[in-house]
Design a protein around this ligand. Sequence first.
Ligand code: SF4
Length: 66
Amino acid sequence: MPEVACTVSNCKYYKQGNFCTADQIIVQNDAQGGGFGPNAQLSNLAATPANSNDDTCCQTFKNANG
Ligand code: SF4
């Protein structure tokens, strides 16, 4: 996986120095993101085009504090 830089420091996958340690991340657009069940085939998720980088978000985020 390519190195992913991330500044979301309260995510359980965040590592000091602004690195993501997750094996896989899912990025969707804000409008339609997160619309998949826990056993979804991630490779088959529908495309969710975005108009700008402000319209995208990481769906893999998990709060490190529960
Ligand atoms: S899973 Fe997403 S939010 Fe969490 S560290 Fe990785 S890129 Fe950032």
